[in-house]
Design a binder for this molecule. Structure first.
Ligand SMILES: Nc1ncnc2c1ncn2[C@@H]1O[C@H](COP(=O)(O)OP(=O)(O)OP(=O)(O)O)[C@@H](O)[C@H]1O
Ligand SMILES: [Mg+2]
Length: 461
């Protein structure tokens, strides 16, 4: 049988999707153990095809300039303002959105609410559940008070069945697939949930979206380490990736766009979870800034910025002196631990404060995750306050970026941060010296160096 190409075996890592030609215990790409699985061989190109010159024999495609007329894609606003905000104005017609989140965080709840709202507004909406029986979804709808919404509901897992049904009659404006990991394509072998199945099913659903102008939403599960389970590849295939985050023990949830081909990724939507489902939180600062007491050491308020929206959060630090020579712990919740190490190092090296024999705990209250680099100064103030046992004034907020040299650097949108702080009753800002007039109604204590902030907090002039 010379000349006949032998189908190659394919081994695919179920965590990262990397393909290798033999089985291995550990994936060479992502270093996960026991994630490599043999999958159906791809049809190898025949020697003829491989040798054939690709620069001929095809059809000519039309090339156009960047300046030709385009129509902005239509958006389907759900009427849930926080969801529309995270999406950049609503779902885009003919686009695919990956809706990712931890188990039980409320993905199905929010999408059912959005589907019902659109259906009540007269849009054709379909919701396909591969995880729950139709009755279970109906029960949830009833609990949320949405039992009367004309959503077309089905429990199915075959993409062929789903797309066949959707192609009969006019296509829906919104199609929710809950979840992509339960979908199965018969074009390819393998169990649902494997990388190749998820990829194939997503491909078919995305093609349907583009061809028929339906906004398709794929629900995806997230693994413990935060990656979208198995199919990281999905992130590349879809137009928009939304991540639904929050501590399950806390009431609020944050919806964040990680990727958006039709808009920015810096806006967040804030929701609170209760019996009636997810309700919108229009003023998140009030939520994160729960009862503050005067005279507490180690706490500062930081006006964080999420997109164009300021959110005030409390940063708490605890410093515990160790008697023995044991290696002290550094523990961080809600902030980057590398960043904490940096702020501690600058406090040691530039300001002469020693944390080396003390345990340091840092916590962002309410389970919020701070990503804004302007948090440095607020963290430093909390640490200095905890170490010196002198409270930071309760009427002050703090923000600014710290350089390794100990300089306090200006940050974006100082005016917006100060305005939000003033609105919530704060009177002072500890901030970079460059802020100046942007402080608005707040009394400003401006600092050029971290040393100056330390002196200020310790009352040294
Ligand atoms: N009867 C109820 N009353 C109040 N809250 C409820 C009730 N039932 C469920 N919930 C809340 O809804 C959450 C589950 O929401 P949902 O099913 O939308 O999550 P999910 O992200 O779709 O989960 P999964 O990953 O399992 O599909 C629960 O964690 C719980 O907080
Ligand atoms: Mg669900």
């Amino acid at each position: 049988m010379a000349g006949m190409a032998k189908p190659h075996k394919r081994f695919v890592c179920q965590a990262c999707g990397s393909v290798s030609s033999r089985w291995q215990g550990q994936c060479p790409d992502c270093a996960e153990w026991n994630t490599i699985v043999e999958e159906a061989p791809s049809v190898a190109a025949s020697p003829f095809q491989a040798k054939h010159n690709l620069q001929g024999g095809g059809r000519a495609i039309e090339m156009i300039g960047l300046d030709s007329e385009v129509k902005l894609p239509d958006r389907i606003a759900t009427g849930i303002a926080e969801l529309d905000r995270a999406l950049g104005g609503g779902f885009v017609e003919g686009s695919a959105t990956l809706f990712a989140g931890d188990p039980g965080i409320g993905k199905s709840t929010l999408l059912l609410q959005a589907a019902a709202k659109l259906a009540l507004a007269g849009k054709p909406v379909a919701y396909v559940s591969g995880e729950e029986a139709a009755d279970q979804v109906r029960l949830r709808a009833r609990r949320l008070g949405l039992g009367a919404a004309p959503v077309r509901l089905a429990a199915a897992t075959s993409t062929r069945d789903i797309l066949t049904t959707m192609s009969m009659g006019p296509p829906p404006a919104l199609l929710v697939i809950d979840s992509i990991q339960t979908m199965h394509s018969d074009l390819i072998e393998g169990a649902p949930g494997t990388v190749s199945q998820v990829r194939a099913s997503a491909q078919e659903l995305i093609r349907f979206a583009k061809e028929r102008g339906t906004a398709v939403v794929l629900v995806g599960h997230v693994t413990k380490d935060g990656s979208i389970a198995g199919p990281r590849v999905l992130e590349h295939m879809v137009d928009t990736v939304l991540s639904f985050e929050g501590e399950r023990s806390h009431q609020y949830r944050i919806l964040r766009a990680i990727k958006n081909r039709f808009g920015g990724t810096d806006e967040i939507g804030v929701f609170a979870m209760d019996e009636e489902g997810l309700s919108e939180v229009g003023n998140p600062s009030a939520l994160f800034l729960t009862h503050r007491e005067e005279g507490v050491t180690g706490a500062t308020v930081f006006p964080a910025l999420e997109g164009t929206r300021p959110v005030l959060v409390e940063i708490q630090a605890l410093v515990v002196r160790l008697q023995s020579g044991a290696t002290p712990r550094r523990s961080v919740v809600g902030w980057d631990s590398g960043r904490l190490a940096m702020v501690l190092a600058v406090l040691e090296a530039r300001c002469g404060l020693s944390f080396s024999s003390a345990e340091v705990y840092l916590n962002v209250a309410g389970g919020y995750r701070v990503q804004d680099p302007a948090a440095d100064l607020a963290v430093a103030a909390a640490l200095v306050s905890a170490l010196s046992e002198r409270p930071v004034p309760a009427d002050a907020v703090a923000f600014g970026e710290i350089a390794l040299s100990g300089e306090v650097r200006p940050v974006a949108h100082a005016a917006l941060r100060c305005k939000e702080a003033a609105k919530l009753g704060f009177e002072r800002a500890l901030a970079p010296a460059s802020v100046g007039k942007e402080g608005g109604a707040l009394r400003l204590s401006g600092f050029r160096t971290l040393g100056a902030l330390v002196d200020h907090l310790l009352g040294r002039g």
